[in-house]
Every structure is written in structure tokens, then in C-alpha cells.
Design a binder for this molecule. Structure first.
Ligand SMILES: *Cc1c(COP(=O)(O)O)cnc(C)c1O
Length: 451
């Protein structure tokens, strides 16, 4: 029998709606609240910072489906559907009876899944009369995607990039500047928040938390400027459900259904994107898929954090969100998976983990690179250091199947490629990378600071 490796949707098979999992959740997520008044925030409150349409989607628990606007669909058609690929060579190298599939978001413009949300966010901003967008970026994937989306929808774009990531991945700032964005390393002296952080700790390497504080400050002090976020929030995961909705159809083409769905976890957008559409069949009792979020050992909010209200940023500018967190002052080690260096987790996923519908695993940095190397050598794609965590978790599951003889169907999301992360691979090959474990005392100390 001929073995089909890649599954692609034709234009008329493409999904035209995003899936809002909030409508189907047995326990609805708790609302974001105001840090001083502790009152729940309305979509109107959120629309001071975000595009109004995104603010509406953020809190909506009624509508199961949202139509993707036609101008966004038109841009999606430039690169979607992305291929669903059966990883035969990886299976063979592992000697596993498991069937391993991956959804390849690494072939997107700018090399990751981030563009799926950058396009609608810029579209809605433009529609609402915004002229400028601002954001934070870690490794630079989100900043790169937003810079491109801002350019094609005619918006000015300013990006705060985590300082350590800017040094580790200089080409990402070049990419952002190629699309006309202004890029600043965070923490910087250009904002009140940045100055405060630098005053307390002159060598602060920056984190997504510091960069978010600076971007929000710029958005709230600049006319016609909106803040955008590449992860964590519900509306971002909503946009990313295009991944899982396509994958569902493509798995049908392959004649299979996943027993396990895996993705790496920073704030939860690519994980939610691939998981939520499959999760709806678990809610209805038709399916019993297992969902695994792979986080770094050095930033273990899902496996060792606490479920409580906390800030999304370091300075405390954001609303308080009910989530798994390590505390908003947690300073993640300088691992190369910059997109996973975030202290908190998306609200929907936090609730679903609390309710036992999904769970996290933590992966040491060296194991993640071992996995990435094997994947590159078998499937011919060099994965982003973030995606290596999903591959490592997949390999763990596939090796379990080897022991039990189970022919499980495993689907993971390849969130991005690593072609601009070769410094990290060089260091790994030279034996210069290390693991960063966090002690219970370190975690306890940070959790105590949560108000
Ligand atoms: C940003 C990023 C991540 C982490 O963000 P999520 O919102 O958790 O998906 C993972 N992989 C890549 C390639 C990224 O760019």
C-alpha cells in the first residue's frame, strides 16, 4: 500500500470560522479583574488597550463559532492550509508502533504559527481606525509576524524585544526592521516601567513580562495606538484554532483520529490552537483524547505553579488573570526557547488543566535539543527551540508505546522552524548548553509575592 506522507486542504475545504471553546466549557473561565477594585472587567474596559473586536472575543462565552473576516481569509490563503505530515522516518528511528503526525506551522510566513493571530489583530485595529500597534516579543517570532501583518494592513508598528533574546537572535530584529517596525530592547530607558526595572536590577536580561509592561505603557500614552499580544489571551488562542480545525479535516483524510495531542507551551496559543477543536469531541463524550502541554523545566508554571489571580506582566499594568503562574516577578533562566520564558498560562487552558481535561509535562533543555536533533535528522526540518519541547514530549509518548506495543496516534504541532536559532544548535552540538532546574524554594519565594 502506498504510504501517504502529506495531507493538504484545497481552498474550498479551508475552515472559514474560528472555534470559541469557551461556549462549550463545563466550567467557564473566571473573568479578568481590575487590580485595585477587584471588579470584573468588561469588553469595553479591555478595548482601551486592545482592538474592540478582540476584546469582545476575549470574554465571549456564548458563540461557539466566529466568522473569519474575508480580508483575513484572503491572507490566510497565501499560506494555508499548512501540511499535516506523517513522521514515518521519526517513527522508524524510534522503533515505535505509534503513528506520529505533525502539523507543520513552520512553513508559514516568518516561520511560526504567530502570523495566524497577527493578521486578524492588525485587520481589526485597522477597521477600528487605529494607526499604530505596539507589542512585546521574546525570541522575535511574534514581533516578526506582527511587523509583517502591520505593514500589509497599513499600520505603524513598535516592538519591545526581550533584551537577552535580542542578543541571542539578532536576525529577528533585522526581520522586524525589514517590515518597517521600530525595535527596542526591553527593559529599556524609554518607558517609566523600563526605567524602574533597570534601576532595581541594571543587568536584568528582560523577560516577556518586562516587555509587555513597556508595550502597554507606550500604547496607553500614544494616541490611536493599540496594544497587541501574541499569546496567553483567549482571543489569540481563538485565532489559532485554525490549526486544529484544519488538522481535524486532515486527520480524516489520513483515516485516523489522535489519541494524544501535544504542543509546546509558552502562554498557550499554539497548544490551544491545535487542542481546542479536538477537545470539543471530548466534552461531548465522543472521544477520549489526551492533551499534553510541554513546558520547559526552567519555567514550570503548569506542573509546579499555582492557580490564582496574577498579573500578566512584571510591572503590574495588566488586569489580574486567573491562571497557573509562577508569580509575575519570576525570572526564567536564559534558555534558548525564548517563546516559553513566560511566568503565566492562558486563562482557558488554566481552567481546563484545573478541571483535569489536559495536563502539562516539563522538559529539560538538553532533552529538548536531543529531540530537535533527531527530528532534523529524520524529517529534514530544523525545529524552533520552543517546538523541540513538543517533539521531546512526543518522543516520550512514542517510547511508552514501544514498551506497551500500543499503536497510538500521536499528533503534535510543529510551531516553528529554527533556522534563525542556529547559535543555539551550535552551542548544543559543542556541549555548551545546560539544564536549568528550579528548586521548590525558588518557586515558593516567588509565589509568596502574588497579591
Ligand atoms: C511564541 C512561540 C511559542 C510559544 O507561544 P505559545 O503561545 O505558547 O504558542 C512556541 N513556538 C514558537 C515557534 C513560537 O514562536
Amino acid at each position: 500500500m502506498k504510504k501517504q506522507k502529506r495531507f493538504i486542504l484545497s481552498e474550498n475545504e479551508m475552515p472559514t470560522q474560528w472555534y470559541n471553546i469557551q461556549a462549550d466549557m463545563p466550567t467557564k473561565p473566571m473573568p479578568p479583574i481590575h487590580p485595585q477594585t477587584r471588579e470584573p472587567l468588561s469588553a469595553e474596559d479591555l478595548s482601551h488597550i486592545f482592538a474592540a473586536e478582540c476584546a469582545k472575543h476575549e470574554l465571549d462565552q456564548q458563540h461557539r463559532w466566529w466568522n473569519i473576516p474575508e480580508p483575513v481569509l484572503e491572507k490566510y490563503r497565501y499560506y494555508r492550509s499548512t501540511p499535516l505530515v506523517r513522521a514515518y522516518a521519526l517513527e522508524q528511528a524510534l522503533g515505535t508502533p505509534a503513528h506520529i503526525y505533525f502539523k507543520n506551522e513552520s512553513v508559514n510566513p516568518l516561520g511560526s504559527h504567530k502570523i495566524n493571530s497577527a493578521l486578524p489583530q492588525c485587520y481589526y485595529c485597522k477597521e477600528e481606525g487605529t494607526t499604530n500597534v505596539t507589542t512585546e516579543t521574546g525570541a522575535g517570532q511574534w514581533g516578526a509576524a506582527l511587523s509583517y501583518a502591520a505593514k500589509i494592513f497599513g499600520l505603524e508598528c513598535a516592538v519591545y524585544q526581550v533584551k537577552i533574546s535580542m542578543q541571542q537572535k539578532p536576525y529577528r530584529s533585522s526581520i522586524m526592521r525589514t517590515f518597517g517596525a521600530a525595535v527596542t530592547g526591553s527593559p529599556s530607558m524609554s518607558t517609566r516601567a523600563g526605567k524602574d526595572i533597570i534601576t532595581k536590577d541594571p543587568n536584568h536580561p528582560g523577560s516577556l513580562g518586562t516587555a509587555i509592561s513597556e508595550a502597554i505603557e507606550l500604547a496607553t500614552t500614544t494616541p490611536h495606538c493599540k496594544y497587541t499580544l501574541g499569546s496567553v489571551l483567549n482571543h489569540v488562542a481563538l485565532h489559532q484554532t485554525i490549526i486544529g480545525l484544519e488538522a481535524e479535516k486532515q486527520m480524516q483524510m489520513a483515516g485516523e483520529y489522535p489519541d494524544v495531542v501535544i504542543a509546546c507551551f509558552g502562554g498557550g496559543s499554539n497548544f490551544g490552537g491545535i487542542a481546542f477543536p479536538f477537545m470539543r469531541h471530548n466534552f461531548s463524550g465522543e472521544r477520549h483524547t489526551e492533551f499534553i502541554a510541554a513546558e520547559p523545566e526552567s519555567c514550570p508554571k503548569l506542573t509546579r505553579g499555582k492557580f490564582c489571580y496574577d498579573f500578566g506582566d512584571t510591572a503590574g499594568y495588566t488586569p489580574l488573570l486567573p491562571m497557573f503562574t509562577l508569580g509575575h516577578n519570576f525570572k526564567p533562566a536564559n534558555i534558548h526557547a525564548g517563546g516559553l520564558r513566560y511566568h503565566g498560562a492562558g486563562v482557558i487552558i488554566s481552567q481546563l488543566i484545573k478541571d483535569g481535561f489536559m495536563h502539562g509535562v516539563d522538559i529539560p533543555q538538553l532533552e529538548s535539543f536531543d529531540a530537535g536533533m533527531l527530528f532534523a535528522q529524520t524529517e529534514g526540518i530544523i525545529p524552533a527551540p520552543e517546538s523541540n519541547h513538543a517533539i521531546a514530549a512526543t518522543i516520550r509518548e512514542a517510547l511508552k508505546c514501544k514498551q506497551t506495543g500500543e499503536e497510538k496516534v500521536i499528533l503534535f504541532n510543529l510551531s516553528g522552524h529554527g533556522l534563525i536559532d542556529m547559535t543555539a544548535y551550535d552551542q548544543f552540538i559543542n556541549g555548551d548548553l545546560m539544564n536549568f532546574a528550579v528548586t521548590d524554594e525558588q518557586i515558593e519565594a516567588q509565589l509568596k509575592t502574588i497579591v
